[in-house]
Design a protein. Sequence first.
Length: 118
Amino acid sequence: QVQLVESGGGLVQAGGSLRLSCAASGRTFILHAMGWFRQAPGKEREFVGRITSGGATWYGDSVKGRFTISTDNAKSTVYLQMNSLKPEDTAVYYCAAQQSGSAKYEYWGQGTQVTVSS
């Protein structure tokens, strides 16, 4: 099993920055990729970005150029650096982990709230 704990959410003004962290514990050696998702009230969950164990990254169109995913393998932690935040970035942000050989994200964190004021 793998446990994921997000942190770093909060309230920020539009144009500001936040960095979210996702600390993984347990059998992290089985993981192939880590992803970030978000869900705003009344909306479907949205893909934010993804990073593989090899360091390859993908981003959703709405955050491309503003958000960056990175990892600290020594700490088993994945970061989501969010710059130029907009009110529409307001959501609960979740990190998720994908096991090697799997097409889905099996493990999810509890989420952290990000609120961007205008």
